[in-house]
Write a new protein. Structure first.
Ligand SMILES: [Zn+2]
Length: 267
């Protein structure tokens, strides 16, 4: 669990800018959701690295990142980071309050409307009895072990070809290239892995075909980065990297434990 790969799976590419304190990296800030170099990361500092935003002033370590950007509890964040939490003498199991998103903010209405359309079309395409849809559905069922019910419940889908959209159609601020031309919003082809809660679509992640190269997983700009959780009220939770693995675990053992998927998978 290192900061640079967490940031990369949240769609924030960091560039090495200096050799100070074991290496310093810079990129856009996940809290400001803006900038090019305001967010600074020192992966060699402390346990798993430290970060600081020059603009909004937020700072912390891996645990803090998992809590604030992924919305994990302290305990879940420690589990995810492989740290041992000393049991508190006062701690005893008690019913948890209903799951509430913590500090992450859901995308705007316009964004969610576009995302919902993508999810609905994608679901229909995935269940088409031929072509790309059938191939992908076979892979999900035979290779990843997911049942049709799980696939539908998680609203997986197929985005058959790369598309580019105007950011303003998603309610996003246009991002200007060096030439001053606004960048289009890229939606690469692949498996659509959305995060839906009730009628809300919080995130669109795409798993791209191997032939399309890196990155394997792509987060559509404007997505919410909170961790995917199944069975939020279970006392025991298993933390996994991959959302597809999380779905499988919930399908097979959902009555025994809750599941938290960080969405860091690279395969
Ligand atoms: Zn910031």
């Amino acid at each position: 669990m290192d900061l640079l790969s967490l940031l990369a799976s949240d769609g924030y590419e960091m560039k090495r800018v200096a050799a100070t304190r074991g290496g310093e990296y810079a990129g856009p800030c996940p809290f400001c959701r803006d900038g090019n170099d305001r967010f600074r990361v020192w992966p060699a500092q402390g346990e798993g690295g430290r970060w600081w935003c020059r603009k909004c002033g937020k700072y912390g370590d891996v645990i803090q990142y998992l809590r604030e950007v992924r919305g994990l509890s302290f305990r879940e964040a420690c589990d995810a980071a492989g740290r041992v939490v000393p049991p508190s003498p006062f701690w005893r199991p008690k019913p948890r309050p209903p799951w509430e998103p913590r500090r992450t903010t859901p995308p705007g209405d316009l964004w969610q409307a576009r995302a919902r359309q993508l999810v609905e079309e994608g679901g229909r395409r995935l269940f088409q009895p031929h072509g790309q849809g059938k191939k992908l559905l076979d892979w999900l069922q035979k290779k990843r072990g997911l049942s049709a019910d799980t696939i539908k419940a998680n609203r997986l889908g197929l985005h058959p070809q790369d598309t580019w959209d105007r950011p303003e159609h998603w309610g996003l601020e246009p991002d200007l290239k060096d030439t001053g031309i606004p960048k289009k919003l890229w939606i690469p082809r692949g498996l659509i892995i959305p995060y839906c809660q009730a009628e809300h679509v919080l995130r669109i992640r795409l798993r791209r075909p191997r032939a399309d190269g890196d990155p394997r997983y792509y987060l559509v700009k404007g997505s919410d980065t909170r961790a995917m959780v199944w069975g939020p009220h279970q006392h025991v939770k298993v933390v996994v990297e991959s959302e597809l693995d999380g779905m499988l675990l919930h399908q097979e053992a959902g009555d025994l434990a809750g599941v938290v998927a960080l969405g860091n998978a690279q395969t």
